[in-house]
Design a protein around this ligand. Structure first.
Ligand code: FE2
Length: 233
């Protein structure tokens, strides 16, 4: 099965319609020939998606820099409460991180109402935040974040060597250093997993019970990400 391209990771609102292509264009895209004189049907269609909300956005350099400042190996370790096989996992101030992330939580709130068709009226309170300094051989097995509603991950740094390693990867799955989400059982003609090789400043927010994992890599350098949990009050 062909891997979905990263460009298809944008949020597609429910019932968004394909209104810009003619049936000829659609047929051409599908590798078929369909002369317009035979047109009897509307080319419009929709994707009535369901399932977990996976929200993706990007922080500007200024905010990313502020986030990097609050990620320190001197902060207390948080390893005992996490699934990751990662040596350096340290607490991050929820107050400082919330201050930076607030505008993006507003955006997430908007995305939530687009996705579920109902407004999110509760307060989104960050309950915990931590930074992962991931190096060669380390990984995060499939896991969820119990005891909260939503979780997030922000990518502070992706080493150049890792980018090269990922470019050379030719197997199935997400490849070295990628973040993967899985949902439901594998089904024919169904997307039950999504893989992302993250770029610096990518921010994902997702239901805390959506299973996810990070594939190990072999390159030198640190892949730095900040995770957080949120509760709806
Ligand atoms: Fe996680």
């Amino acid at each position: 099965m062909k891997k979905p391209s990263d460009s298809s990771t944008k949020i597609i609102a429910q019932n968004e319609t394909c209104q810009t292509m003619s049936i000829e264009d659609i047929a051409k895209d599908a590798g078929e020939y369909y002369p317009s004189k035979d047109l009897q049907i509307s080319p419009y269609y929709s994707f009535p998606y369901w399932g977990p909300l996976l929200f993706q956005t990007k922080l500007p350099p200024k905010d990313l820099k502020e986030c990097a400042k609050i990620c320190r190996k001197k902060s207390s370790p948080v390893n005992e409460t996490l699934a990751g096989v990662i040596k350096h996992e340290h607490h991050v101030s929820t107050k400082k991180y919330t201050d930076i992330l607030s505008p993006y939580l507003i955006s997430f709130r908007h995305g939530y109402s687009q996705w579920y068709g109902i407004p999110l009226t509760k307060t989104i309170k960050m309950t915990m935040a931590w930074v992962n300094f991931m190096v060669a051989g380390e990984f995060n097995p499939p896991h969820i974040h119990p005891g909260c509603d939503f979780s997030s991950v922000l990518f502070i740094k992706i080493p150049e060597e890792l980018k090269e390693e990922h470019k050379k990867f030719s197997g199935t799955g997400g490849g070295p250093g990628s973040l993967s989400f899985t949902y439901g059982e594998p089904q024919l003609h169904s997307l039950f997993e999504r893989h992302f090789f993250p770029e610096q400043a990518d921010l994902f927010i997702f239901p805390a019970t959506l299973s996810h994992f990070v594939t190990p890599f072999m390159s030198k350098g640190e892949r730095i990400s900040v995770s957080a949990n949120f509760q709806l009050d």
